[in-house]
Ligand binder design. Sequence first.
Ligand SMILES: CC(C)(COP(=O)(O)OP(=O)(O)OC[C@H]1O[C@@H](n2cnc3c(N)ncnc32)[C@H](O)[C@@H]1OP(=O)(O)O)[C@@H](O)C(=O)NCCC(=O)NCCS
Length: 173
Amino acid sequence: MRGLFCGKGDRNEADGSRGLGVRTLNLFGRPRHGRRDLRNRGAFLGKWDESHLSVSRLVAVSPSEDGVVGWAALARVSSRAVYGGVAEVSVYVADNFRAKGIGKALLKQLIAASEQNGIWTLQASVFPENIASLALHKICGFKVVGTRQRIGIVNGIWRDTVLLERRSEIVGN
Ligand SMILES: CC(C)(COP(=O)(O)OP(=O)(O)OC[C@H]1O[C@@H](n2cnc3c(N)ncnc32)[C@H](O)[C@@H]1OP(=O)(O)O)[C@@H](O)C(=O)NCCC(=O)NCCS
């Protein structure tokens, strides 16, 4: 983590409420050219902003690379009040910056921020072959609930995912 800074990526004066989404697009190379791509980008950002909690949006910034090298955010899993404290984790680190502790720093900070904001259970859905993500979540206190069979479809292929969850010991006890 030396030389890297993990900070909040939500509302700020320069970027508005979609700042993290913009940085996410830049980081992962979504369409950035042409009017149609700009419209697509706007639609993507709008959906991203709507579907993620405004609290707990984090970015990892490398001053030397002059940009965001990772991010983490939460999405609500249900609109029902009974599940009001349950959220889904997303955490991503750029290829060249993996295995340097950034994912762990982001996820730990995300967990702390979620608890500060009344979230009692975090969940993550991970492809079974994603060893790094499974290890990261387990190290941060997530437990495997089970494998969901043929739950999603990617490029026409049905995929299983491993469902992990972390129950807070300080919120909702
Ligand atoms: C999963 C991901 C966020 C991990 O980020 P990272 O910065 O590389 O992870 P870290 O360096 O913080 O490593 C955290 C722990 O995971 C483990 N880990 C990381 N990469 C690993 C790998 N390739 N194989 C096995 N374990 C690995 C390490 O044991 C490490 O624990 P340690 O510090 O005790 O050694 C990153 O690989 C990524 O962005 N992947 C693509 C997106 C993704 O899959 N996101 C998760 C979807 S929910």
